[in-house]
Design a binder for this molecule. Structure first.
Ligand SMILES: Cc1cc2nc3c(=O)[nH]c(=O)nc-3n(C[C@H](O)[C@H](O)[C@H](O)COP(=O)(O)O)c2cc1C
Length: 143
């Protein structure tokens, strides 16, 4: 496997927690989209995001929109949300439009909302799930 990177967008830190577990599983550092970083020549990019009112954050869309064309080979997406629901279609479409192959499975884990909904998430079990996902994606892209 060549260069693997993990980027994430977060408002309250849950997606960072998951991104750090994934990055640790791979042996890299997770990168907040607000940190300066070059993603050119990335073989596999993990993209993490929170879900807000059924959507992803516009800052993430703007960030992905500026990615270099044909410089990133593959991507895998993950999210945290109160219901662990999958609202990542727009991100996937944008990545594919950039010529990036997106792994067909997505990792959606719970993230606590308003202190009561999905309280305590992401928890250890969520992080194990995220680590398994990272391993599966790596194995697939190595083949
Ligand atoms: C303004 C706002 C809107 C949200 N809307 C949804 C939603 O539509 N569906 C859902 O499942 N969770 C929703 N959530 C919960 C977040 O997706 C959840 O807390 C997630 O873990 C946030 O990620 P972050 O901590 O990385 O920002 C919302 C949270 C906030 C703050």
């Amino acid at each position: 496997m060549g260069t693997v990177r993990v980027i994430y967008q977060t408002r309250s830190g849950h997606t960072r927690t998951v991104a750090e577990a994934i990055a640790d599983e791979i042996g890299v550092k997770a990168i907040d989209i607000n940190e300066p970083a070059s993603l050119a020549d990335t073989d596999l990019l993990f993209v993490g995001m929170g879900i807000y009112a059924g959507k992803v954050d516009q800052n993430l869309m703007d960030y992905l929109d500026q990615l270099p064309q044909n410089k990133i080979r593959g991507a895998a997406v993950f999210s945290t949300s109160a219901t662990a629901s999958d609202h990542m279609e727009l991100v996937i479409n944008l990545l594919e439009h950039k010529g990036i192959t997106v792994y067909p499975e997505h990792c959606c884990v719970k993230g606590q909302f308003m202190g009561i909904v999905s309280h305590g998430h992401p928890n250890d079990s969520d992080l194990r799930k995220a680590r398994r996902f990272a391993r599966e994606v790596l194995d697939c892209f190595q083949d």
